[in-house]
Design a protein around this ligand. Structure first.
Ligand code: ADP
Length: 239
């Protein structure tokens, strides 16, 4: 039997209560399917629901209605605890602001998800973290603290951290939104390279049409609905 889709959303709705009795629906019945190993841009105007959608896919927020299967498993009814375990096992996150811990070295920051998921950092995980830092060009910076690194380097540490538990899917919310063009290009190139080498799936929220054009598929949200979902003709494997 074929593998189930990585992510399958059906008729997903999300509402926020904005001071009872006022309820605002921000996602209006989305259907979305992602397959393993896809590289998808999520675009759309500010307030269109991109972060909300990413947070639902990332098991950080619950949908109000609809169904969500992650690797074939319905996750809508899971307890908070089960969601946390599922998130740690399957998903990695990169945010606009890297949220690295300032008192820890780059290497310690990258091994942190292992500490949280497994209660300790095994020698194998530490080796893996070293390998990831080397892979994103930071072999010489492993013992540096975030404040000793440039913005682009900090974001590359955050990418290594997102990958250390070998997630099937990385969710990146404006991962280059805080960087200049050169650093942004460099970080994006890393994402594409990791995708090519490891087959990790990515969903990247971006405002930058240049970056969206370098993804394989573009999903556009407008007012909480999918307005466009298409393959990119000449997408950007590593330059
Ligand atoms: P985007 O990421 O595309 O900018 P968001 O997903 O952040 O959009 O927001 C979509 C809509 O949901 C916006 O109108 C926003 O104000 C609203 N929203 C997001 N989070 C909350 C919340 N916690 N409470 C109330 N409204 C929210």
């Amino acid at each position: 039997m074929a593998d189930p889709p990585l992510v399958e959303l059906r008729e997903v709705r999300k509402s926020y209560t904005i001071g009872a009795p006022n309820v605002a629906e921000v996602l209006h019945g989305l259907d979305l399917r992602l397959d393993a190993g896809e590289f998808v841009a999520l675009i759309g105007p500010s307030g269109s629901g991109k972060s909300t959608l990413l947070n639902i896919v990332g098991l950080l927020e619950r949908m109000t209605a609809g169904s969500y299967r992650l690797q074939g498993e319905p996750v809508g009814a899971l307890s908070d605890e089960a969601l946390t375990l599922r998130r740690r096992a399957t998903l990695g996150f990169v945010f606009q602001f890297h949220h690295l811990l300032p008192a820890f070295s780059a290497l310690e920051n990258v091994t942190l998800p292992a500490l949280m998921a497994e209660g300790r950092v095994s020698a194998a995980r530490r080796e893996q973290a070293r390998g990831l830092l080397a892979a994103v060009g930071l072999a010489a910076a492993m013992d540096k603290r975030p404040s000793q690194l440039s913005g682009g380097m900090q974001q590359r540490v955050a990418i290594a951290r997102a990958l250390v538990m070998q997630p099937a899917l990385v969710l990146a919310d404006e991962p280059t939104g805080n960087l200049d063009t050169a650093s942004s290009d460099e970080v994006f190139r890393e994402l594409r390279r990791i995708h090519a080498e490891r087959g990790t799936a990515f969903v990247v929220v971006t405002h930058d049409p240049r970056l969206a054009a370098r993804c394989d598929r573009v999903v556009e949200l407008v007012d909480g609905r999918i307005a466009r979902d298409e393959r990119v003709a000449a997408s950007g494997a590593p330059a």
